[in-house]
Design a protein around this ligand. Structure first.
Ligand code: XMP
Length: 606
């Protein structure tokens, strides 16, 4: 079935993706398009939405894009930057108005289908620098806004022209803070663009099952079954389309999984009735041998990636996958230019580099049943397909697993000038009544889009979470050579810290698995698992004040898509529970919580 669809032009940031998910929620397919896509690409759509932009200004030279889109005879709606572009194109004027940010009341002045079902006053979210100060002929002011606390009036917050079928909102209806923003978007696609709302998960599933059957014919599909959301939902769709007997799954344990993870994944596939051709390989020895005594984070990653390629290629050949099609759980953001994190892209190259997979891709033997879906939609589909909630809502877990959370060292302290770093951080912490200690090891971070490899600082003392993150922010901003701040939550100040030998060994991985399990249990037990985006536990080979040889770091974060993140606060009772668990483990020298935002820290320590 051909669905009516809307093009969303992506001017940067995450706005376009949010808009597209809202359009889809209204039952209409939305696709992301780039600002310089040729006009012909837009012809099949029933309407276009221009997103906002975090960096572009409609005022000046930087708003270069294919404005021929305005010549198309289909409705266009713009938000923020998009709104300003519409105003300008049709004879209006835009000025730098200064930063305006926050909740605002939109006073609606017209009875117009775009506001169908809404009140005359609506709460909306504003975030912009530039402002439309005049509109061209044939345009009307549809509404003005008053900004939250300041009460500052903002004319032309909503504008439109029924003659041209062009509409613009200065605010962002796509963000949750705009209370009835979803309704405004739905009104545009249904009332103005006259789309037939046929897009639904049920319809998608039925069509995808048909598509998979047509593409696979009488062959079978081979899928790498990591246990992650995407591959699990993809597996279930294949099972439904082809029958479990025509689906071959391979699960590889690289030795750096969470405690009991592989067993859980295998059981889940069995519970889903997908275990007729479920293959499992425990390649721990091979992975650990490949990493050996390596301590450099990038070399460790490369060793893991290369071993994966070797193991997978060998196993796939052994299982005869050349006679199958290759199933992949690729999702929509992976297939478009702006989607995915840079890191995620390199990670995927691990899989794409597998020679046997490259061969199948070249031969066009790849089936991707989720390629049009966003993550939230994959989850929705997963729920409909009866996949357990824990599997659908689990935190992201990196391909190299605990390998990027277990720091390694040959026991030699780096020759950096720790004393001068210490001299710089001390006074900043003291000015907040806290103490700070620079650690003689390094972790990976990201500064100005580039990888950094620098020292962490441990903060000691009692303070509110706000204060701790403020000190952390100040230190990270002011002291070159520091990319992380962690907070000591167990025992004395780390006055003497000694780097000890520690490599990627079973023993250390087992200890990290236990620590990670304690943290995950505490989050679940206190119903925090779903409120926290991800919570890596890392371990560093340090003896502190003559005790132990492993410092544990817990990193609870808030994030949307992992591109940026901030530290999440854990209530004292949760920290207590984690502390009591960690204290019982052998070889532990301390417990800390990571306060670092991304940037300058990455989510993972390596
Ligand atoms: P960073 O550490 O770059 O992590 O801030 C961003 C997100 O990506 C995950 N991550 C990975 N995922 N393979 C993956 O599949 C990897 O090598 C990898 N490294 C980081 C990380 O867990 C976070 O969600």
């Amino acid at each position: 079935m051909k669905h009516d669809s809307i093009a969303v032009i992506d001017f940067g940031g995450q706005y376009a993706h949010l808009i597209a998910t809202k359009v889809r929620r209204a039952g209409v397919l939305a696709e992301i398009r780039q600002p310089d896509d040729p006009t012909d690409m837009f012809r099949g759509y029933k309407g276009v939405i221009l997103s906002g932009s975090p960096s572009l200004s409609a005022f000046g030279e930087d708003s270069e894009w294919n404005k021929e889109v305005f010549e198309l005879d289909i409705p266009i709606l713009g938000f923020c930057f998009g709104h300003q572009e519409i105003a300008k194109y049709y004879g209006g004027r835009v000025e730098h108005g200064g930063r305006e940010w926050g909740l605002a009341t939109l006073n609606i002045l017209v009875d117009h289908p775009i506001f169908k079902g809404l009140e005359k006053k609506e709460t909306v979210w504003m975030s912009h620098f530039d402002t439309v100060v005049a509109i061209g002929p044939d345009f009307c002011e549809y509404g003005y806004s008053k900004l939250g606390e300041t009460g500052k009036e903002h004319r032309l917050a909503a504008i439109g022209s029924d003659k041209y079928r062009r509409y613009g909102f200065q605010f962002h209806p796509e963000v949750e803070n705009s209370v009835h923003g979803d309704e405004m978007i739905a009104n545009f696609v249904i009332e103005i663009c006259k789309c037939n709302p046929t897009w639904s998960m049920e319809a998608y599933l039925a069509e995808t099952v048909e598509r998979v059957r047509a593409q696979v014919g009488d062959k079978s599909v081979f899928l790498l079954a990591s246990g992650g959301v995407d591959s699990t939902v993809a597996a279930k769709v294949f099972g439904l389309a082809l029958g479990a007997d025509r689906l071959h799954l391979l699960h590889v344990d690289n030795g750096m999984m969470r405690k009991g993870e592989s067993q859980r994944v295998l059981k889940m596939y069995a519970d889903l009735g997908l275990d007729q051709n479920l293959h499992f390989i425990d390649a721990t020895d091979e992975f650990l041998a490949a990493i050996g005594n390596e301590t450099d984070p990038e070399k460790k990653r490369r060793a893991i990636g290369t071993t994966f390629v070797e193991v997978f290629d060998r196993e796939a050949k052994r299982l005869g996958i050349e006679s199958h099609l290759l199933g992949q759980g690729t999702i929509y953001p992976d297939t478009i230019e702006t989607g995915g994190t840079k890191r995620a892209d390199t990670i995927k190259t691990h899989h794409n580099r597998v020679p046997i997979i490259e061969k199948l891709i070249k031969e066009g033997k790849v089936v991707e049943p989720l390629a049009e879906l966003y993550k939230v939609e994959v989850r929705e589909l997963g729920e409909k397909l009866g996949i357990p909630r824990e599997a659908i809502w689990r935190h992201p877990f990196p391909g190299p697993g605990l390998g990027v959370r277990l720091l390694c060292s040959n026991g030699v302290t780096p020759k950096d000038d720790i004393a001068s770093l210490q001299a710089a951080v001390g006074p900043i912490a003291e000015s907040f009544g806290l103490r700070a200690y620079v650690l003689p090891i390094k972790s990976v971070g990201v500064k100005a889009d580039l990888r950094s490899y620098e020292h962490p600082v441990v903060l000691c003392g009692d303070a509110s979470f706000e204060k701790l993150t403020e000190v952390s922010g100040n230190i990270l901003k002011e002291v070159q050579g520091i990319n992380r701040c962690i907070w000591n939550v167990m025992g004395d100040d780390p006055k003497t810290v000694e780097v000890v030998e520690g490599y990627m060994t079973r023993d250390r991985l087992d200890l990290l698995r236990e620590a990670d399990q304690i943290v995950m249990d505490a989050l679940r037990h206190h119903h925090l698992y779903d409120c926290i985006w991800q919570c890596p536990t890392a371990m560093v080979p340090l003896k502190i004040n003559g005790v132990g040889r492993e410092l544990v770091i817990v990193r609870p974060i808030k994030s949307e898509r992992a591109m940026s993140a901030t530290a999440a606060e854990l209530p004292p009772v949760v920290i207590d529970e984690i502390r009591r668990g960690i204290e019982k483990l052998p070889r532990i020298s301390g417990l800390t919580l990571d306060l670092t935002s991304k940037p300058p820290g990455t989510i993972e320590w390596e």
